[in-house]
Ligand binder design. Structure first.
Ligand code: FEO
Length: 209
């Protein structure tokens, strides 16, 4: 059978390309600075940040249809912040030789008992996220991954600020009370905490990331 020279040349070129790609992949793997365990922990955190975003989106929607427009605005804003938290880790994983995985977030609840319950759950969730971040920081310190340890310091600071903010929101219910125009007033105060309003949220989450 006649095979043209150009076909053989093309075939050989293709084989070279594949071989080079395989070599590159192997080299890339050897040169990765992220350990497998740290990569898995970071991918888990990517998922948790995405879950946070979805939870706050669901809470925002509930607030909106129940007439708490300022609380909804606050929570919509935090939905975006959590997405950004997720993306920072996502990009870091790939930049350091790992493989960032897109989370599959399901089973987000859509109903809440009250406005107070919404913000109590926000606080509870933020404490959970803080513990998760601290767990990865502890792992990085123990395994001498000082690059990721350093990268995560931003999250340590962010979590302290987010917890403080969530506590202040829950305290509003005790300070103002929910009787009469109490809930309306609380919703107004929560609106002032959103960064877009120039309220406390601006100072508490200055990097907004
Ligand atoms: Fe990204 Fe609110 O934790």
């Amino acid at each position: 059978m006649f095979v043209s020279k150009s076909f053989l040349a093309l075939h050989s070129e293709l084989l070279n390309t594949i071989t080079n790609q395989e070599t590159f992949k192997r080299m890339n793997k050897r040169q990765r600075s992220l350990s497998q365990e740290t990569e898995e922990l970071l991918n888990k955190q990517v998922e948790l940040e995405d879950i946070s975003s979805a939870i706050y989106l669901s809470m925002a929607s509930w607030c909106e249809i129940n007439g708490y427009e300022n609380s909804a605005a606050f929570l919509y804003e935090h939905t975006e912040e959590e997405k950004m938290h997720m993306m920072k880790i996502f990009r870091y994983i790939n930049e350091t030789g790992g493989h960032a995985l897109v989370p599959d977030v399901t089973n987000i609840k859509h109903e809440f008992d009250s406005l107070r319950k919404v913000f109590e759950e926000v606080l509870e969730h933020e404490i959970f996220i803080t513990n998760s971040i601290h767990n990865i920081v502890n792992h990085c310190y123990s395994s001498k991954d000082f690059t990721t340890f350093n990268f995560l310091q931003w999250y340590v600071t962010e979590q302290r600020e987010e917890e403080t903010l969530a506590r202040r929101l829950v305290e509003l219910f005790d300070i103002i009370g929910v009787d009469g125009i109490g809930l309306w007033t609380i919703d107004q105060e929560i609106g002032k905490m959103a960064s877009g309003s120039g309220g406390a949220g601006t100072a508490a989450t200055a990097p907004q990331a």
